[in-house]
Design a protein around this ligand. Structure first.
Ligand SMILES: [Zn+2]
Ligand SMILES: [Zn+2]
Length: 510
């Protein structure tokens, strides 16, 4: 997945500060400040700096006309607009059944599935149902019962109702169910990345204003800065509608279950020059990408102005913020690990998780499992979320990796193996520095991601069991989520899980 660069200024020294979109921590190159980047999993707003002035934009339009052999025109006016886009990214995981004749249709989604225009053309299929996740900010609030920032232990218990909503289920309700259960169950994973308009310009002759945000640096949205440069087009597509559209997908036959892990929705304002042309007494508008200077549309009606200048209720713009990255309890320094969601304080041995703009204490334990290592070698510990369910029948505990790995399939396999095994172990709150020094692999996934992964693992286990029989939907709720570190064995280039013996190549740990 392409992670964009975000450019801003250091709040401490004013020097340029660059980091990857989605980073939770950053260190300033100039003054060395360690900063917490707030706004995790919230819908943050950005803009892209225009790179083309009005003269160059005008030249682009005239050159394009000339190359098409069109008649003489006069430029009657120009305005710079910032048009809002939603950008949705995440890691898409699916359980699929191979079709009886896999030769005719590829199960792997085509590369152009990333293109939003394609998603539009495909549309929704009435036979399929999609339950969408609510906004991450709201989700986390539900997760922790409204949450408290008092630093008390967080139960991390998702409610049944929330899980129902969290489940992004796309169940095939086809008229040939026989097909669905005949093939081998397989896991498909891919990155989801979509950019699409956040304002309605329908009827303007613009179906899709594509932008290639991939090569661009984002800047934090700042209304006054943008207003001074051009006009800000109102984002009138709601976040719910944006999620519905972004999660909409082509639905291959055989899709049983889908989960999108680590989903991020952002609002990006992209600059366009609107060039008003007068040709043989007739006026029309052309749109020029103010970054690449490409003419993206021409011959548009003047009524486009109304659509662009339409004012709606002021959109809420959240932006990433910065705070000094220190332990809220003792003021001790945290190591700067941009991808981690949990920060460990070496001084007071507490762990803190980032929720939106807050750091909240999260309890953690160590599994007391004896593993032998060579003299002088530290035991590597890997973090897992242990989710409990009170349901009878089926696994009582789900073991979901919290660490990052090159492939989600591997994490799903480990989670499945451990969940099947239901290992017995005792836990300790050992604060022995030797054990704590084993915390070398950070937590990349939070409880929300873990719950989605647990549901995904469960669907895979159920689908394997019921091969050939009709499916029945079963609800599940988790009553607790606990962060536990498991010791692994070192075997050559691999780390080996002490319960199932599954090997994990070390070099694929990110
Ligand atoms: Zn600085
Ligand atoms: Zn501390």
């Amino acid at each position: 997945m392409q992670r964009l660069d975000v450019s801003t200024e250091c709040p401490s020294c004013g020097g340029p500060l660059d980091f990857k979109e989605g980073s939770n921590a950053v260190q300033c190159r100039y003054c060395g400040s360690n900063l917490l980047v707030t706004g995790r999993k919230q819908v943050l707003s950005y803009y892209v700096e225009p790179k083309t002035d009005e003269h160059r934009a005008a030249a682009s339009v005239l050159t394009a006309r000339e190359s098409r052999g069109e008649g003489e025109c006069r430029i009657a006016g120009m305005r710079l607009y910032f048009i809002p886009y939603y950008r949705l990214s995440g890691h898409d995981l699916r359980w699929e059944r191979a079709m009886e004749d896999p030769g005719t249709e590829s199960i792997t989604p085509p590369a152009f599935a990333r293109d939003s225009a394609y998603a539009d053309a495909v549309g929704t299929d009435a036979r399929h149902r999609s339950l969408l996740l609510p906004l991450a900010g709201g989700l986390l609030d539900i997760f922790f019962g409204g949450g408290s920032s008092s630093g008390t232990a967080l139960p991390g218990v998702p409610s049944a109702g929330m899980l129902k909503e969290m489940e992004s289920v796309l169940r095939a309700r086809g008229d040939s169910p026989g097909n669905l259960f005949s093939g081998e169950l397989q896991l498909a994973e891919r990155y989801l990345e979509k950019n699409f308009l956040a304002c309605s310009l329908s009827g303007m002759g613009i179906y899709s204003l594509g932008v290639r945000t991939s090569a661009l640096a984002l800047r934090l949205f700042h209304k006054e800065t943008l207003s001074a440069k051009g006009r800000i087009v109102a984002a009138d597509v709601s976040i719910e509608a944006a999620l519905a559209r972004g999660m909409k997908t082509e639905l291959p036959e055989g899709l049983l279950y889908r989960a999108v892990i680590g989903r991020i929705l952002s609002l990006v304002y992209f600059p366009f020059w609107v060039v008003e042309m007068e040709c043989a007494g007739k006026r029309s508008l052309s749109l020029v990408d103010a970054v690449t200077r490409a003419v993206v549309a021409s011959g548009l009606p003047l009524s486009l102005y109304e659509a662009l200048d339409r004012t709606t209720a002021e959109a809420q713009h959240r932006t990433a913020g910065f705070r000094t990255l220190v332990c809220p309890n003792c003021g001790g320094d945290f190591p700067v690990k941009p991808d981690d969601v949990v920060f460990f304080c070496a001084a007071c041995v507490r762990a803190w998780q980032i929720y939106g703009s807050d750091l909240r204490e999260v309890p953690y334990r160590f599994a007391a499992v004896r593993v032998s290592v060579k003299e002088g070698e530290a035991v590597p510990y890997l973090p897992f979320w242990v989710l409990r369910t009170e349901r009878d029948g089926g696994p009582r505990r789900f073991f979901v990796p919290a660490f990052r790995y090159r492939r989600l399939k591997t994490l799903s396999d480990i989670a499945t193996a451990l969940t099947r095994t239901q290992p017995d172990y005792s836990v300790s709150e050992n604060t022995d520095p030797e054990i704590r020094s084993g915390i070398s692999y950070g937590c990349y996934y939070d409880q929300e991601d873990a719950a989605l992964m647990a549901l995904f693992v469960r669907e895979g286990m159920r689908a394997k069991q019921r091969a050939g029989t009709a499916e029945e939907k079963e609800e599940i709720s988790f009553s607790a989520a606990e962060l536990v570190w498991f010791p692994f064995l070192i075997k050559g280039p691999d780390l080996v899980d002490p319960f199932t013996g599954r090997a994990l190549p070390k070099n694929a740990l990110l």
